[in-house]
Every structure is written in structure tokens, then in C-alpha cells.
Write a new protein. Sequence first.
Length: 233
Amino acid sequence: MHEEPDRMNTVLNWSSGKDAALAFHYLRQQDRYRVTHLLTTCSEATDRVVMHGVRRLLLEAQAQAMHLPLTLVELPALPDNQTYATAMHRAMTQLKTQAVQAVAFGDIFLEDLKQYRLQQLQHTGLDVLFPLWGKDTGNLIAENEEAGIEAVIVCVDERKLSPTFLGRKINRDLLRDLPEGVDPCGENGEYHSFVTYAPFFSHALSVTPGEVVYKRYQPEDETGFYFLDLNLI
């Protein structure tokens, strides 16, 4: 009888968006790792996913559709590096007690961010994985579509992308409309997304667009982010 190889229990840094979903898709195709936990950073002040601005209720709905436990790392508004590092170390230590052996991220090409993650996790004893690393971001949009992952834009940086892109689906049509200089996957922070369905969801999430919220980067800044608030039906 053929025995299935042992796989390492893996926690996925789950942003709620398309890159995390595609990283999950990649890991499902490997023999070495098995995603058993999700981890997300949330703002204590807003109870929303950091950067994406997605409400905790929607994040929890994704985890339920994936049948995976969700660990929330709650951060204060504008946390410094030490606060973030301490909170993440605490979360990883707790996950190790739950037999987690590896941690995965959906980063694609930001080398400084990759090195920061490696530095922060070097003493945890966990394998650190970057399933999407170095891949062409235009091709990744096509792979998302081919994999059956459905996502919409929920946040844009107004310096790089118009708020008219809020609510747009992530697909090949989007690639044709993105302005020159905008990374197809928004890897430079141009936009963030929310996944409403993937083949590893037990069901699609029904959402409707709510109000558009504008927030400055800092109180004294003249520019900021536009967020689309989604309502779970």
C-alpha cells in the first residue's frame, strides 16, 4: 500500500487577498507542506485587517469556509517594529505548541520585506516559505483566474491608482486597464484585495459593496488610501 508522505503543519499569513489565496493553492499541490492554520494581523482600533481594511467578520467568514483555525495578531494603530515583532513572536510561539512547523507568506518580489520576515523568524525553529517568490506578477493574475480564485479590489493607494478601481474583479480584464507603472498584483502597495471564493472554500462568500472610506497615510499628509467596505450577506 502506498503511504502518503508526512507533511509539515504550516501556518499561512492570510491577508484575506488574492496572493495569500494563490500561495495556499500552491502549497496544496506540494507533498511537503499542509496548511493547518491561518494568521492575520488586525488593528485593535478598527477591528479590521491591517492594510486591507477588511472587517473581522469577513475575515472569519473566509476561515470558516476554509475550515481552518484563525489566529489574530492584534496591533495598535501605527505600531513600531518592536511592537510588531513582539506580537508576531508571541503568536508563533503559541502556534508551535499546536504542532505548527512552518510559516508561509504570499510575498512576490519585495526583497527587504522577505529579509525582514526571515530575520524576525530566524530563532523560532520554523521553516519559512515564500511559494510565489520571484514569479511574474502578470502571470500570477492569470494563474489566479485559472485556479478559480475570485477576488475584488478593496483598497487603493490614491498616489498610484484611482478609487474607480474599487470593487473591480481580479482577472485578465483588470490587467488591460491598469495604468502604466502599476504592478499587476499590486505588490508595491498599489491595491489590496479580498477573496470571495476559491476551490478550497466550502462555499462562496456573498458580499455587497458598502461605503467608500478615505484615510490619510498620516494626519498631516495630503494623500491617502480609499477603502471599499464590503457587507456580508
